[in-house]
Design a binder for this molecule. Structure first.
Ligand code: DGJ
Length: 766
């Protein structure tokens, strides 16, 4: 643990918050509005900033604009309705404190309303090892009755740029996550939001980039990156109302969710009269989108935003796409034999293992009944964990703790634990019977914690959990537990207050359970899954080691999905599995070599029925796993450089959007630049196609690198009548300087492979 410094009062009017290469400068004069003077690199001096006309300290660029303080033509980041109905705030700096820590500097600016007893504390946490500044606020009141938070953003930035700012964000859907969307920001209001309730990354995700020098570039240009660390509904707003630049706001979406903040009640913890907004992580890079991505990756790994961030992950086989619900003891043991034979390290039994009165044979029943189905597994989990131990592999298991099916014993016993509105028809999710449990109810929180606790205490060999979440929050209008709610946060007893707060309190309840689990089980690997990548966000990742990137395991589409996901998330967090062919969702036939190479660029796994694999597939997978394990520290912990973007699926609104490519390529480089791994995928293979030159990045220009091809495609040996190791390509063993690889680049032998579609290559550089 780093030692915590004391909070010391600061009296300077100008407050500088700095990371290794960036600075955020505030005017924090006591008695005045807190103003943002500058956010950017360190080239700007205070004189430059003072002489600049772009931003002023007279209240036009408040750091956290409140309704009542700002000109009504602007949008507020904060608006409260006081107990007496007053809607305004006039926030003035009361006190500034700073704390130095080994890893970060924390600045807290206390703002007080001039009239009402409301205090707002604006926080800036500046990391010393990476260019990330986290900002968030605490809103506290001493009014006699509840106040309503109508708008309560985590942070705000005024970006004093002209008309050439581009927005990059991820849009998507189930099985088509993280589609990169680049668009120029035009005048008016652009809103990115997600109202799923329980997950927030499928349709629109809570991260974005703003390229300040026009169309986004991978390695050049000034780019601001932002990630809201929250798993619930959010809103990212970009307002370009006139010629005053861009106003960026990020926070919880207040629709159907204005937060009712109770008055002070003695002795309550956390304090019922205080609301803390989620953290907003900001970064600024002069090295394009790649610089922003690398900052987020380093921050996630080293600053606690990815559980066990600096650790590598095991290679696994997951049972889902191989056998779905058709679990039997023999099938599971066979699959364990297979993954052990491939050289894998972990087996994960997915959905379908539980349910007593209602067996989980499809998705229409049993969620909530976390007991082994002894018809499928007569010797229980113990027989499976023993079998795993004998095979020297680890064992993992799937659960969906926040959900219940109406066809379940749990629902029969505790119908009131599910979110629903009495008298109204239930809106049912997956399988036609799925509901979401009320995670605000302390009894539900205990149920979820105890279920996980029992599973892990009774089966101490379980080392991995896949935590799924396949339903959004529906049926919002009544909290059946509100009547016995004196233990609810805030002591709010009215149903309407509890309903208002539910979209938020649900997640606070979930986080409280995850805290308890992590306190007791810090070393269990937990995968975050929500119908694929529906919960890839930094609100949850501090508790999870990785996330399932997508239910779509088609290797071609995965190149695109993984590409977009890498904009904000590091490779050791991205679960990528070798799927079957033809692939069940798209019916596409893809050679095993390409499937392996695509999965190998993140946390590698396999998800198919090994029994159905051909000899070619088995041999290629065995080679892939061995090579991957040798390269794993570079791939999982190296610095990512995206070299050639895949063809965009997304219509773009300008000619200057990234060029369409036939080859997607990326690489990981170690911190000392001594080693690297390059992945190149040909996405369309035409005869006589123009060769694609790939320029590498991130290398030491002086160093001479030797290229070694990895996961070489297997070939049929007619003498042996069997599949055999293949021949490496012509670049294998060749040497080049880093300077040459980065300036001239190489034509990788991809399109010459006209005998097979989807050629791909992996090179190790040392
Ligand atoms: C959705 C997940 O995304 C899948 O990987 C799988 O675990 C299923 N749920 C199981 O029901």
């Amino acid at each position: 643990m780093a030692c915590m410094g004391l909070l010391s009062p600061v009296h300077a009017a100008v407050l500088t918050v700095e990371t290794p290469n960036t600075q955020l400068i505030l005017d924090a004069t006591e008695g005045q509005q807190l103003a943002l003077l500058y956010y950017g690199d360190k080239s700007a001096t205070l004189d430059d900033i003072a002489n600049s006309q772009q931003l002023t300290t007279n209240g036009q660029s408040p750091a956290y604009p409140a309704f009542g303080d700002i000109d009504m033509i602007h949008l507020p980041a904060l608006q409260v309705q006081h107990a007496d109905g007053d809607l305004s705030l006039n926030l003035r700096v009361a006190q500034v404190e700073q704390q130095q820590n080994v890893n970060y500097q924390l600045s807290i600016i206390n703002l007080r309303d001039k009239l009402q007893p409301v205090t707002v504390r604006v926080y800036y946490k500046a990391w010393k090892n990476v260019d990330i500044i986290e900002t968030w606020t605490e809103i506290e009141h001493q009014e006699k009755s509840p106040i309503t938070l109508k708008r309560f953003d985590s942070g705000y930035l005024h970006i004093g740029e002209g008309d050439n700012v581009w927005l990059t964000h991820l849009h998507g859907d189930w099985a088509a996550e993280a589609v990169v969307t680049h668009e120029p920001l035009t005048r008016g209001l652009k809103v990115i939001r997600n109202t799923d309730g329980a997950r927030n990354a499928h349709l629109d995700a809570p991260e974005l980039m703003l390229s300040l020098d026009g169309a986004p570039e991978e390695n050049t240009g000034r780019v601001i990156g932002a990630a809201l660390c929250w798993n619930g509904n959010f809103e990212l707003r970009l307002n370009a109302p006139n010629n005053s630049g861009i106003h960026f706001y990020a926070g919880i979406d207040p629709q159907s969710s204005e937060y009712i903040l109770a008055p002070t009640a003695n002795g309550q913890k956390p304090k019922a009269n205080t609301f803390t907004t989620p953290h907003l992580a900001l970064t600024y890079s002069t090295s394009g989108m790649g610089g922003v991505s690398r900052a987020f990756h380093r921050w996630a790994r080293t600053c606690g935003y990815l559980h066990n961030g600096n650790g590598t992950r095991d290679v696994l086989l997951n049972s889902w796409e191989g056998i779905y619900f058709d679990i039997t003891e023999q099938r599971i043991i066979d699959m364990m034999n297979d993954i052990a034979a491939f050289g894998g390290e972990l087996f994960v039994m997915d959905d379908g293992w539980f349910g007593d009165k209602y067996p989980r044979n499809d998705d229409s029943s049993s969620l909530g009944d976390w007991v082994v189905d002894t018809r499928k597994l007569p010797n229980g989990l113990q027989a499976l964990t023993e079998a795993a131990k004998e095979r020297h592999i680890k064992f993992g298991i799937w659960i969906e703790p926040e959900a219940v099916n109406t066809v379940s014993e749990l629902y029969e016993q505790h119908p009131d634990w599910a979110l629903q509105v009495p008298g109204r028809e239930l809106k049912l999710g997956r399988g036609g019977t799925q509901l979401v449990l009320d995670m605000t109810n302390p009894k539900v929180q205990d149920f979820v914690f105890n279920m996980v606790d029992e599973l892990l205490t009774r089966n101490p060999y379980i080392s991995y959990i896949k935590w799924d979440a396949n339903a959004s929050i529906q049926n919002l209008g009544h909290i059946l537990t509100a009547q016995r709610s004196n233990s609810r946060k805030g002591g709010l007893t009215s149903n309407s207050a509890a309903v208002n707060n539910l979209y938020i309190d649900y997640h606070l309840g979930l986080l409280a359970v995850l805290e308890r689990i992590r306190a007791k089980y810090p070393d269990i690997v937990i995968q975050n899954c929500a119908s694929g990548g529906g919960r890839a966000n930094y609100g949850l990742m501090p508790y999870f080691d990785e996330f399932w990137v997508s239910d779509n395991n088609d290797a071609l589409q995965r190149v695109f999905i993984q590409w977009g996901t890498s904009y904000f998330f590091p490779s050791n967090a991205m679960a990528q599995h070798i799927g079957g062919s033809p692939y069940q969702m798209t019916n596409r036939v893809i050679p095993i070599k390409f499937r392996c190479d695509v999965a190998m660029s993140g946390r590698l796994g396999i998800e198919l029925q090994p029994k159905h694999m051909t000899d070619e597939e088995r041999l290629q997978c065995t080679i892939a796993l061995a090579d991957y394990k040798a390269l794993r520290p570079i791939i999982q912990l190296g610095n990512l450089y995206r070299l050639n973007a895949p063809q965009s699926y997304q219509p773009v609104s300008s000619q200057s959007a990234p060029a369409k490519q036939d080859v997607a390529a990326l690489m990981y480089v170690t911190d000392d630049k001594k080693e690297a791994v390059v992945f190149a995928y040909s996405l369309s293979n035409f005869m006589k196609q123009a060769p694609q030159r790939i320029r590498f990045a991130g290398l030491d220009p002086e160093k001479v690198y030797t290229l070694e091809e990895k996961n070489i495609r297997v070939q049929y040996n007619h003498t042996k009548n069997a599949w055999d190791a293949g021949e490496p390509c012509s670049l294998h063993g060749k040497q080049f300087t880093g300077a040459y690889l980065m300036s001239a680049g190489l034509i990788l032998p991809l399109c010459t492979e006209y005998t097979q579609d989807f050629p791909s290559r992996i090179f190790y550089l040392k």
